[in-house]
Structure formats: structure tokens, C-alpha cells
Ligand binder design. Structure first.
Ligand code: GLP
Length: 236
């Protein structure tokens, strides 16, 4: 496991974007596992800049996102599909048909999860998985629990997550109570993992996740078992 401490969010974003573009340069048809939340926005902005300069080409890239809110379709501006289009996909040359976000509006969410995993398997898994970390240690939307969930599944969001994510909504009542998220198998089978965490507020959970016991009570702690994890964090 490699820890990179940087001074501020700007440097964090550049470092993360560097690792992602190196991945694409080395393997143009990479499968990228992508994340939402405030942490990766700067990384996506930096990648867009380098794309515009001609330094990175996404034409052969496939992307699979970690999660989506249940009940929101891609046109809803709070959905993670909308987030990805707005902050990233609309500004680069990735083929939209090669970008995957779980469908939170599916009538059969269990089937949606199975199909999501099967599709990922057919791609040969993820080459590089980008992750943020929730204040309770969640990755994707794998919330603290009694066991690690393996496959893409439906999750009831914890009240602390609903509260943390309410900053993006008009009111806390508008935050969906459930999400569909990739499980630990897809995440742990990624060849490389890049986790980014910004700000003092994340310090405590990073310590617990990476220096404490491996426990489903702190979902990110499972990453201690992965052979190739890079954590970039800024205390700003
Ligand atoms: C959401 C996402 C996670 C993300 C987390 C942290 O809950 N499902 O993938 O890591 O938010 O968000 P932020 O980066 O805004 O702290």
C-alpha cells in the first residue's frame, strides 16, 4: 500500500489524474472504475484539461461506475449518471455507450445487479478503480455492516451518509434512502486501486481504515488485503 500526502486539493487532483492518464497511456482500452462525490471532481477537471491539450485519449476506454441512487434516472440532476456526464463524460471523447452506471430506476434491481456484475466480468474486470471514502468508511455505497457484501446489491443508506450527502440536495428529505452499489468482489478484483481523500475530516476514518483491523464495520478496511492500493490524501 502506498500513501501519498499532498498539500492541497489541487495537488491531490493532479496526482490522481496523473495515475489515471498513465494507466490509459499504457493501456488505451483500459476499464476504469469511476467514483462520484466531491473528491474526484478536481481529478476529472484535470483529465479534461489534459484531454483538451491532446495528452490523453479516452476513445478506447470503458468506464464502470460504483453506484447509483435507487429511484433516480439519468436525467435527474442528482443522479450519479448525470454527475458523470456533467463533470466528465460530456467533455472528453469517451464513447457514451462504453460508460456504465447502475440503473437506479430498474424495475428489477436484483437483476440489474446481476447483469452489472456479469457485464463487468465480460470486460475482464477493472484495470484501475478510483475510490473516495465516506466519513463512516464506506466505499461506493458499501455501508458499515456485519459482513462484506460481495456482489452489486441494494443498500439502505445509513442516516450519517444521508446527512453527509444532503449537502448536494435541496433538503435532506430529497436524499434517496437506498442505492445500488458494486460489491467488494468487483472492487477487490480491480488490478489497481486509487483512493483519494481530501480534508481534515477524513483523517480519522483513513487511520481506522488503514491502520486498524479489517472489519465490515469499516468497509474500506478490506483494501488492506489488496496488493496494489495507492492512497492520496490532503489535509487542507
Ligand atoms: C458518496 C459516494 C462515494 C463517495 C462518498 C464520499 O457516498 N457514493 O463513492 O466516496 O460519497 O464523498 P465525498 O468525496 O464528497 O466526500
Amino acid at each position: 500500500m502506498k500513501f501519498i500526502k499532498v498539500e492541497n486539493y489541487n495537488k491531490l487532483s493532479r496526482q490522481a489524474a496523473n495515475i489515471i492518464s498513465a494507466q490509459i497511456i499504457m493501456k488505451p482500452n483500459s476499464v476504469l472504475g469511476l467514483a462520484t462525490g466531491s473528491s474526484p471532481i478536481g481529478t476529472y477537471k484535470q483529465l479534461i484539461k489534459w484531454y483538451n491539450k491532446g495528452d490523453v485519449d479516452f476513445s478506447e476506454v470503458t468506464s464502470v461506475n460504483l453506484d447509483e441512487y435507487v429511484g433516480l434516472d439519468g436525467n435527474n440532476n442528482q443522479s450519479y449518471r448525470y454527475f458523470m456526464d456533467t463533470y466528465f463524460f460530456n467533455h472528453i471523447n469517451i464513447k457514451k455507450e462504453n460508460t456504465y452506471v447502475p440503473n437506479g430506476k430498474s424495475e428489477d434491481l436484483a437483476k440489474e445487479g446481476e447483469e452489472y456484475d456479469a457485464r463487468l466480468k465480460s470486460f475482464g474486470g477493472i484495470d484501475l478503480q478510483l475510490l473516495g471514502i465516506g466519513l463512516d468508511g464506506h466505499i461506493g455505497f458499501n455501508e458499515p455492516d456485519k459482513c462484506f457484501e460481495k456482489s452489486t446489491h441494494i443498500v439502505n443508506l445509513h442516516s450519517s451518509t444521508i446527512e453527509a450527502n444532503s449537502r448536494f440536495f435541496d433538503s435532506i428529505e430529497d436524499v434517496p434512502k437506498q442505492a445500488i452499489t458494486m460489491g467488494m468482489v468487483s472492487i477487490m478484483q480491480a488490478k489497481k486501486i486509487l483512493l483519494i481523500a481530501n480534508g481534515k475530516a477524513k483523517e480519522e476514518i483513513l487511520k481506522k481504515a488503514f491502520s486498524g483491523p479489517i472489519t465490515p464495520e469499516i468497509p474500506a478496511s478490506i483494501l488492506q488485503l489488496h496488493p496494489d492500493v495507492t492512497v492520496i490524501y490532503s489535509e487542507e
